[in-house]
Design a binder for this molecule. Structure first.
Ligand SMILES: Nc1ncnc2c1ncn2[C@@H]1O[C@H](COP(=O)(O)OP(=O)(O)OP(=O)(O)O)[C@@H](O)[C@H]1O
Ligand SMILES: [Mg+2]
Length: 517
């Protein structure tokens, strides 16, 4: 008779301790409503607990589900043993579950784990060409260090996980955001892929991390900006030389990422006798709309709108609205549209913001400034030029970008970012700023594949502010909008149903001499 010395496998696993073993940030994604998306993107700084959580989730699913064949993938096969394989083994050990798993031992053993209830965990390096064809029947996956693999590799892996399975199918994708131009950003952040949950984390979210490791990450601040941004803050890194202060902008991105605009949408209006009927202008709410509002117009506060028109089909028409006293960014506009419709939206935007001063770039298209004049918009930025024949100074509508004005407005804008970053509210603008780099000729421009239209709109607003009133009209009588976060006062602000024309303000600029207007 042979007597087994192994303890019998206990079918009951006590997981009451789980909330203590899993970092708080990740715990809700272990099970429950938000845990079952097809794509589960774990991204952020170094040592934030992403890999350990991915391992925990696989072990957890092995305990609570059956019929699984998990695939754990990295670019290089040889990296798997000391990373993912070890991490899963550690979880099994830490949770006291060794009896429930079969794990081959030894440095040259197969990378393979099997649970007592029949689930399998396979490990696969993309360089392991021989095994490529034999990987079948995958029910869920973990792609570790996904920034190492190509978009094409990802698509191939994604295809392997089709078909019906007993439990939900999920691809866990974990990585550090090494470059703002990486395909992962386009794939999971810039487009709405659907069935995706993204979870950002930094070392601060990992309560198990030792003090020394924290200090190493924090020290990057003094040593290397790029490392600090990617590994400490967990934000998208920019390779190349940025023009804006990277740290300041990255921090602001972290702060504004989750702030939703107060409203988003576009304007509708009646058009009568070739003019916009002011009283008919309405702001239509639309989550996909080109206008984002961060500050509703405050009565008696002057505003400035800077605008940049599209250079070609791929470009955007943009605008940025700034409060000319606090310089808080009140709204942005970004759309691919024709200049005629753009001018009309600018008209409404300016009207809404207390007949803001509007400065629009005229390099590629004179049309928006002309259209605003034709619509009798009362206040546009004017630039001084010299008449080539008479040699006399002349005032012309709109802003012109030249070899001289371009660096001038950019450097002003960079100083603004350095000194008053808290006035920047639009996440997309901040991202453009991060990706605004010096090219090989030393000219500042958007990194390949990135835009700079919002930067120019905002920089032109800054330039135009000199021509706008910088005082409250009657400072003893400021009425702040009611019902808005951080503001008291009676409800006297734009309520998005009211008409835009403000007669009381109109009186005031009649008195002002705006370049002969
Ligand atoms: N739930 C946990 N229990 C115990 N220790 C943990 C846990 N989560 C994380 N740790 C500890 O924190 C360290 C860092 O975690 P992890 O390796 O998961 O971070 P990461 O986000 O994957 O980092 P990187 O971006 O560098 O890959 C681990 O090596 C481990 O020591
Ligand atoms: Mg990791």
């Amino acid at each position: 008779m042979t007597v087994s010395t192994r303890k019998p496998i206990s079918p009951v696993v006590d997981l009451r301790n789980l909330p203590k073993l899993v970092n708080e940030k990740y715990y809700p994604y272990l099970k429950g409503r938000n845990s079952k998306s097809r794509y589960f993107v774990l991204w952020g700084g170094g040592s934030s607990g992403k890999s350990v959580f991915a391992a925990q989730k696989i072990v957890f699913r092995c305990l609570s589900e059956t019929g699984h064949r998990f695939l754990v993938v990295r670019k290089v096969k040889d990296d798997l043993r000391d990373s993912c394989f070890q991490e899963i083994k550690d979880v099994i050990r830490d949770w006291g579950l060794e009896e429930l798993f079969y794990i081959p031992t030894g440095r040259s053993s197969n990378l393979f784990i099997k649970s007592a209830n029949g689930n399998e965990i396979l490990f696969y390096g993309l360089d392991d060409v021989e095994r490529r064809k034999s990987i079948r029947g995958i029910t869920s996956m973990w792609i570790e260090e996904a920034s190492e693999i190509t978009a094409e590799d990802f698509r191939q892996l994604d295809i392997r996980m089709r078909g019906k399975t007993k439990h939900y199918r999920q691809i866990i994708i974990s990585f550090n955001p090494i470059s703002i131009k990486h395909w992962l950003k386009k794939e999971f952040f810039d487009t709405d892929k659907g069935d995706t949950v993204t979870l950002h984390s930094t070392y601060k979210d990992n309560k198990f991390l030792d003090k020394q490791s924290r200090e190493v990450l924090e020290r990057f601040k003094e040593i290397d900006e790029y490392y600090y941004i990617v590994y400490c803050l967990g934000q998208w890194g920019i390779l190349g030389k940025t023009i804006y202060p990277k740290l300041v902008v990255s921090k602001r991105i972290t702060d504004t990422k989750d702030i939703k605009p107060l409203a988003q949408g576009y304007f509708t209006y009646d058009y009568h006798m070739q003019e916009i009927v002011d009283k008919s202008i309405k702001f239509e709410h639309d989550e996909e709309g080109p206008i984002k509002i961060f500050e509703y117009p405050i009565d008696q506060f002057p505003y400035v709108v800077g605008g940049d028109t599209a250079e070609g089909g791929e470009d955007y028409c943009t605008a940025s609205v700034r409060n000319n006293i606090t310089w808080n960014q009140a709204a942005v506009y970004k759309d691919r549209t024709d200049t005629d419709l753009y001018a009309k939206q600018m008209y409404c935007l300016g009207r809404m913001y207390n007949n803001a001063l509007i400065g629009i770039e005229t390099n590629f298209d004179l049309h928006p400034t002309k259209e605003l004049s034709r619509l009798n918009y009362p206040r546009q930025y004017m630039r001084e030029t010299y008449d080539s024949i008479t040699k006399k100074p002349q005032m012309k509508l709109g802003f012109k970008t030249t070899k001289l004005t371009r660096p001038a407005v950019i450097s002003k804008h960079v100083s603004l970012a350095r000194e008053h970053i808290s006035t920047f509210n639009d996440y997309e603008l901040l991202e453009e700023m991060l990706a605004f780099v010096r090219n090989e000729q030393g000219k500042p421009e958007a990194a390949e594949g990135m835009n700079d239209d919002l930067i120019f709109a905002d920089a032109i607003a800054l330039e135009a502010r000199e021509q706008q009133i910088q005082d409250i009209l009657d400072s003893s009588d400021i009425v702040l909008p009611g019902g808005l976060p951080g503001h008291g006062g009676s409800h006297n602000a734009w309520d998005f149903d009211k008409e835009v024309g403000r007669d009381d303000y109109e009186d005031d600029f009649d008195d002002m001499d705006f370049f002969g207007r």
